[in-house]
Design a protein around this ligand. Structure first.
Ligand SMILES: [Zn+2]
Length: 325
């Protein structure tokens, strides 16, 4: 769309129409999951906002559009979280406030795109609020967030919230067909597993370790559901050998176990790992559904604990033994 990648053409069309009709607002929150290309969509919107030909914005041929396309438009300003920080503090926002007081360089508007807006500290948001309350007529703010609940109600109430939903299966299919024509055999699985997030498709295809690890996790599943103590140690060893991917392995197990439950309920359409359905069907016949439910719950607990940096070896053994109880 106008040379920009966007998975939300309908939504972007409406935003572009508002620019052309002069009804756009001063502050937007673009909300949606990572991997939906929201940053790229925000660039398209910024190009439309700064375009010299309002009626056909983004015209693609005015100096502003050309600079926007090359990422060199001085009136489109990006605010990013410093790589070594977990938050966006008050300093970069103060810089934005000062900069917003200066008229645009060459366009009619100045657009600030704040990436990872979830990371804005409350102090930073309060500082931004000062400008959002009385924005200069040329300034437009786009705050990109995964979850708008990370923002203060006062910031939300000053902004137009645009929610970017996950895309349709049909769009994922189109994306895979165009970008990865040699991976079409994986499409049924990708459609289910990526849950409407094109970026998740890219991640899986780029990760050479993904399929081997996923297959190995399925191989270990009977050990996880075993009643033998020795198998609990094998689970511990497996997770320890794949320390860096432990969380991913747990996600695989959870998704396999949920699939087994779906199969036990004859809800085959709910199966995510469609390419492994025969193995999962065979497994699901062997276990009490209650055990699968217990295992899912224990794995979810284990995942939560992992984020608190507990010892993985102890945690994995504890989890495997709890499933055996
Ligand atoms: Zn233009």
């Amino acid at each position: 769309m106008y040379g920009y990648t966007t998975f939300h053409e309908g939504l972007m069309n409406n935003l572009i129409k508002s620019v052309r009709s002069g009804t756009s607002s001063h502050a937007y929150i673009f909300e949606g999951d990572a991997g939906l290309g929201i940053f790229s969509s925000s660039k398209l919107f910024a190009a439309a906002l700064t375009c010299a030909n309002k009626a056909s914005a983004p015209c693609g041929s005015c100096p502003s559009c050309i600079q926007a396309g090359a990422d060199t438009n001085p009136d489109i300003i990006y605010v990013e979280k410093p790589k070594d920080r977990k938050t966006i503090g008050i300093e970069p926002v103060r810089a934005v406030n000062s900069d917003a007081a200066i008229r645009p360089f060459s366009s009619a508007r100045k657009v600030y795109i704040i990436k990872e807006g979830d990371a804005l500290t409350p102090e930073a948001q309060n500082a931004l609020l000062k400008t959002l309350e009385e924005p200069p007529e040329y300034a437009v703010f786009i705050i990109i967030v995964e979850n708008s609940s990370a923002l203060l109600p006062t910031v939300l109430s000053r902004s137009t919230l645009i929610h970017f939903p996950p895309v349709s299966d049909a769009l994922i299919a189109k994306y895979v067909t165009e970008k990865y024509p040699d991976r079409l055999n994986r499409l049924p699985f990708l459609k289910k597993y990526c849950e409407g997030i094109p970026g998740a498709v890219d991640k899986i295809i780029a990760d050479e370790n993904f399929e081997p690890l996923r297959a190995a996790s399925l191989d270990k599943l009977p050990k996880l559901l075993s009643r033998e103590r020795i198998d609990a140690y094998e689970i511990q060893r497996f997770l320890d050998e794949n320390k860096d991917d432990a969380e991913e392995i747990i996600d695989f197990w959870i998704s396999y176990l949920r699939d087994m439950l779906a199969l036990q309920l004859d809800a085959d359409h709910g199966v995510i790992n469609v390419d492994k359905i025969n193995s999962l069907r065979a497994l699901s016949g062997k276990y009490d559904p209650k055990l699968a439910v217990i295992a899912v719950n224990e794995l979810i607990t284990a995942k939560k604990m992992m984020s608190r940096f507990v010892n993985l070896k102890a945690l994995s053994l504890r989890t495997a033994l709890k499933i055996q109880l």
